[in-house]
Design a protein around this ligand. Structure first.
Ligand SMILES: C[S@@+](CC[C@H](N)C(=O)[O-])C[C@H]1O[C@@H](n2cnc3c(N)ncnc32)[C@H](O)[C@@H]1O
Length: 299
């Protein structure tokens, strides 16, 4: 995955309502290559126009804001949308899905477009990416199915453990409990304001291009219900990662990782997915621990 720095050329364009093609907008059209029309119809069915609108948002504001590299534009359909959509065959009907490290929405937004029966939570710590995700959700009218949470995966898991245990947030030095943050309408949800109906822990946790399998298991397995699954979209390194990290995954409470190929006979190449079942509670990655932090979460 190629990502540019998030500061766009000449400064950050002011966030505003994202354009959805309805005539007279500024997003470039992203033509669906003829050879991909069949798989795209198979995977998106009557939601194909929605997928096309998302492709335009990625190629327009997504590139302008530095969330996706300009060289990705010609391969948005195959390398991004279809690669992610192929995973739907691994998702049960009506499943709750947490997508960790969604970035510009991959695979979480794609899954929500292809499968309106899913309840999707996008977890993304970087502010500009989370704001973009929330704007995409509004622009594509996905708010009934998709919630954007601005947090690190391990922070979200810790906060869910805390609320499941009935523990209250510790008061600060002033002795007062932290008040909920004001909610920005249509913006990402902050940890202090998680909606009660959030379906976390979830049936399935997805992640693409976020971290090596051992670190990913530490972040993601606590966000899956017991018996739920982590589906890590991986490239050619999948088998190697499985061999290297199987023991760490076991210690974290996961089953032996299995490499699956999704979209066989539909997309070429099929999407390589490493599947791990959460068998039991394991050692977790504490927020702020060496394995858990990478850079600042303020962008
Ligand atoms: C290379 S990007 C991949 C984005 C997207 N999944 C894709 O395939 O295009 C990695 C993303 O993971 C996010 N990330 C990094 N550490 C994370 C953590 N601990 N919890 C949740 N997201 C994290 C980053 O902010 C970034 O958006």
């Amino acid at each position: 995955m190629t990502y540019r720095s998030e500061s766009g050329p000449g400064g950050e364009p002011p966030p505003g309502p994202l354009p959805v093609r309805a005539g007279g907008d500024s997003s470039p059209a992203v033509p669906l290559p003829a050879e991909l029309a069949e798989p795209a119809r198979t995977l998106f069915a009557d939601r194909l126009p929605l997928a096309a609108s998302y492709a335009e948002l990625l190629a327009g504001p997504g590139v302008l804001r530095g969330l996706i590299g300009p060289r990705e534009t010609p391969r948005i359909w195959d390398r991004h949308l279809l690669n992610c959509a192929a995973v739907v065959e691994l998702l049960p009907v009506g499943a709750s899905v947490v997508d960790v490290g969604s970035g510009a929405g991959l695979p979480g937004i794609v899954l929500a477009i292809a499968r309106p029966d899913l309840a999707v939570t996008l977890v993304e710590p970087l502010a500009r990416r989370a704001v973009f995700l929330a704007e995409v959700v509004t622009a594509l009218d996905l708010a009934d199915a998709v919630t954007v949470v601005r947090a690190r995966a391990e922070e979200l898991a810790a906060s869910r453990r805390e609320s499941a245990g009935g523990r209250r947030r510790r008061p600060g030095r002033s002795g007062r409990s932290a008040a909920p943050l004001p909610v920005e309408p249509g913006g990402p949800v902050e940890l202090a304001n998680l909606p009660a109906e959030l379906r976390v822990p979830a049936d399935v946790v997805t992640a693409r291009a976020v971290a090596p399998l051992d670190r990913l298991a530490g972040w993601c397995l606590p966000l899956a219900r017991p018996g739920g699954r982590l589906l890590a979209l991986k490239g050619a390194s999948a088998a190697e990662e499985v061999a290297e990290h199987a023991e760490a995954v076991r210690r974290l409470g996961g089953s032996p990782p299995v490499v699956r190929h999704a979209g066989l006979g539909v997309v070429d190449p099929p999407t390589t997915v490493v599947e791990v079942v959460r068998e039991r509670a394991g050692r977790t990655t504490a927020p702020g621990s060496a394995g858990g932090r990478r850079g600042s979460a303020t962008r």
